[in-house]
Write a protein that binds this ligand. Structure first.
Ligand code: CA
Length: 219
């Protein structure tokens, strides 16, 4: 899952980025409304986390323009303004959710999971496909009933494939959702993670769609 974090408070942004990356999100951070619109137009993320108090454009204006570009891109607003009017303006402006600063990280994570489930073919916190059970809340994974401890990128990749079961995922798409802009990526990174997952889950669970990418079947 790739999050675009639009926040001009660098300290807060850095903390959020680290915490979200630790939870298995690729997080790309920018500081202005103009940059946000440029990214949404050219390299759309899965979810936008948008601070309303930006240095260049009013956050509600940015939200409006995001909606002109994409009607269904999930947007979570962050704001220091705690008034009902602002909340209503944000939600009426097409935001999917709204958090008032300061907020608890666990609350942001829970709300992001709700937005994620909306994007996923799977509508519950627990994904059960084949002999794999993956709990998106606790990050607990079992295979044939045994706990499977996965390195973070392998967990992220498996979750992406399970959430999109039945749909082919291109290498580029997977790479963008596994790595933030500031992370170095080897050109064969996705292949290497798939290779490691196959060793743990058997060779057939993740299918290679030649010339395109990878796929996990629905059941
Ligand atoms: Ca701000």
């Amino acid at each position: 899952m790739q999050i675009l974090l639009v926040e001009d408070d660098r300290l807060l942004a850095k903390g959020l980025q680290q915490a979200l990356q630790k939870q298995g999100y690729a997080v790309n951070h920018i500081e202005t409304g103009k940059a946000c619109l440029h990214v949404v137009e050219n390299e759309p993320p899965d979810i936008v986390v948008l601070d309303l108090g930006l240095p260049d454009l009013d956050g509600l204006m940015v939200l409006k323009q995001i909606r002109n570009l994409s009607s269904d891109l999930p947007v979570m607003l962050l704001t220091a303004r705690d008034s009902a009017d602002d909340k209503v303006a944000g939600l009426d402006g097409g935001a999917d959710d709204y958090l008032v600063k300061p907020f608890e990280m666990i609350e942001l994570l829970a709300r992001l999971r709700v937005l994620e489930r909306r994007l996923s073919a799977v509508k519950s916190a627990e994904i059960n496909i084949g002999e794999i059970v993956l709990d998106t809340t606790s990050h607990y994974v079992t295979f044939k009933g045994d706990e499977l401890e996965l390195p973070r990128k392998e967990y992220m990749l498996l979750k992406l494939l399970l959430e999109n079961a039945g749909r082919v995922q291109t290498r580029t798409n997977l790479e963008n959702r596994l790595y933030s802009w500031d992370e170095e990526v080897a050109s064969n990174a996705v292949e290497v993670h798939v290779h490691h997952l196959r060793k743990k889950l058997g060779a057939d669970f993740i299918r290679t769609i030649r010339g395109v990418g990878y796929k996990v079947d629905c059941k």
